[in-house]
Design a protein around this ligand. Structure first.
Ligand SMILES: Nc1ncnc2c1ncn2[C@@H]1O[C@H](COP(=O)(O)OP(=O)(O)O)[C@@H](O)[C@H]1O
Ligand SMILES: [Mg+2]
Length: 223
């Protein structure tokens, strides 16, 4: 079953948040998910300690280059979706995870094109394509997008990246308090109550759109 890795050359761009939002959407749709925390800082372990995980969502922790491939393949055999959360700095482990992925998602946290940040991750994916001797699909996507400029940003970015032949996911993750709340309250978006956080319905709708765009990318749309 598909393995999706979140990769970026920088910390703090929204990998872990996006990984939990995506895992939550799949779990809420009744799909079996394994979330692999491959970041030595163990952000997902800390997240899972808050409220546990839904039964259908299993967390595995592995930040070792020696075992990450086996962990990914073990997870693949036991889940509908495997989501790998990696840290920001380049390591062998990140290369190995990319080499085993069916889709690499590269978040950028800016409403302005930051081509050089994306380019580093894209270059790594291209290197791993040679190592694995196969196509490794990837998409760049924007996180923490201010709600008001979403549509325009999406259009601008699409144009700029298409000039550089870098495929962009046709969905962004908006900057929402609900996404931050996942890491103070724990659980997934579907566990939150309206009284917990403002803008919950918009965050849920955005999460659904994001997950659908990821599924479409797995099917090869927008390559
Ligand atoms: N879509 C979002 N909306 C609101 N806050 C976000 C969003 N994505 C990330 N953040 C916040 O940005 C910070 C970094 O996000 P994180 O997911 O930990 O990044 P990374 O895993 O790339 O280091 C965190 O404080 C997180 O709560
Ligand atoms: Mg992280």
């Amino acid at each position: 079953m598909p393995v999706i890795s979140f990769v970026s050359s920088k910390g703090g761009v929204g990998k872990t948040t996006s990984a939990v939002v995506l895992a939550g959407e799949f779990a809420a749709a009744g799909r079996k998910v394994v979330l692999i925390d491959a970041d030595p800082n163990r952000p997902l372990e800390a997240w899972a300690r808050l409220k546990g995980t839904p039964d259908i969502l299993r967390l595995m922790i592995d930040d070792s280059a020696e075992t990450i491939i086996d962990t990914i393949e073990d997870a693949r055999a036991n889940a509908d979706f495997v989501i790998v959360d990696l840290e920001g700095t380049a390591t062998d482990r990140i290369g190995f995870a990319i080499a085993r992925s069916d889709l690499v998602l590269i978040p950028l946290q800016s409403s302005v094109l930051d081509a050089s940040e994306a380019a580093k991750s894209v270059k790594l994916v291209h290197q791993m394509r040679k190592v694995a001797n196969r196509e490794i699909p990837y998409r760049v996507f924007f996180t923490r997008v201010p709600p008001a400029i979403r549509e325009r940003t999406a259009r601008d970015i699409d144009r700029q990246f298409s000039d550089a032949a870098i495929p962009v996911l046709p969905a962004t993750l908006i900057d929402r308090a609900a996404y931050r709340a996942l890491f103070s309250l724990g659980g997934i978006l579907h566990d939150l109550e309206r009284s917990d956080v403002s803008g919950l319905e918009s965050a849920k709708e955005n999460g659904r759109e994001f997950a659908q765009a990821v599924i479409n990318a797995l099917k090869g749309e927008g390559a």
